[in-house]
Design a protein around this ligand. Structure first.
Ligand code: NAP
Length: 259
């Protein structure tokens, strides 16, 4: 399917690895120019070179922390006039409800709520003027089915979900769509770090920790960044203009909910 977005320009935040990279690759495959962000310059530049070489599109790496104002300024400067924005950042650490103080919450809110909101506020005026735009936020299955030990993530991502629910309806009439993608367990570094925690806490091997988790997923396996990226590119395509303010689970059926 031709996604109809060749030669458009996208900002992909936190995209040198994992789900963000999956989104960047799928957009690049559709012919989209990418401004690619992450903090570690070496990994980021290598990823940017690989994507540019593989898909023949321009990929501009911007090494910056997207949770900071300076970081966002640098990304937005390179991504000026972007037609597409994919918001993403690292997820907060797991723990117990009593573990976290105000600073921990502020850090989680900065990364998983306030940074994506600031990015949306920055790009929306141009998208609205142009009459076309696509924004996708990478959130988490924990928005629909909270994960007990991810209290920081549950809290911050719920705030972002609320903002998107209202804002997406305010901008839809200008040809701009905002949707959220809710990953369940995917085979990325984030999943490895969560599984390492289980491995240590339960005194089991990594293979057993992964097998146990896979058994909780009806699809019987972890998702892939490629599958995730394909959905992102579709949501950013010409075909997805009537999909507004949705929270789309990509979790292999893990969240046992009917809608
Ligand atoms: P990942 O494989 O660890 O990749 C994270 C990417 O984000 C890396 O490119 C990393 O590069 C970049 N990054 C992290 N913090 C950043 C920051 N402050 N500024 C700029 N770039 C930053 O993670 P993932 O699995 O793709 O997860 C992406 C998001 O989905 C996270 O919020 C995660 O919590 C959420 N999620 C993931 C899963 C899963 O199973 N994978 C499930 C539910 C939710 P640098 O470290 O170099 O900056």
């Amino acid at each position: 399917m031709d996604l109809g977005i060749r030669d458009k320009k996208a900002i992909v935040c936190a995209g040198s690895k994992g789900l963000g990279r999956g989104c960047a690759e799928a957009l690049a495959e559709a012919g989209v120019e990418i401004v690619l962000n992450a903090r570690s310059a070496d990994v980021l530049e290598a990823t940017a070179r690989e994507i540019a070489g593989k898909y023949g599109v321009k990929v501009t790496p911007v090494a910056a922390d997207i949770t900071t104002e300076d970081g966002r300024k640098a990304v937005l400067a390179a991504g000026e006039g972007a037609d597409i924005l994919v918001n993403n950042a690292g997820g907060p650490p797991p723990g117990l409800w009593s573990d976290w103080n105000r600073d921990d919450f502020i850090k989680a809110l900065d990364a998983n709520m306030l940074a994506p909101i600031a990015m949306m506020q920055a790009v929306l005026p141009t998208m609205i003027d142009r009459g076309w735009g696509r924004i996708v936020n990478i959130t988490s299955q924990s928005v629909k089915a909270p994960i007990a030990q991810l209290g920081l993530s549950n809290s911050a991502r719920s705030g972002l979900t609320g903002f998107v629910a209202g804002t997406s309806r305010q901008v839809a009439g200008y040809g701009v769509t905002i949707n959220n993608m809710l990953p369940g367990i995917h085979a990325t570094d984030r999943a490895i770090s969560l599984d390492s925690g289980v491995m240590k806490a339960e005194g089991i091997s990594m293979e057993e920790a992964q097998a146990r988790r896979a058994r909780t997923i009806p699809a019987g396996r972890y998702g892939t960044s490629t599958e995730f990226g394909s959905m992102c590119a579709f949501l950013c395509s010409q075909h997805a203009g009537f999909i507004v303010g949705q929270n789309i689970s990509l979790d292999g059926g893990a969240a046992n909910i009917s809608v």
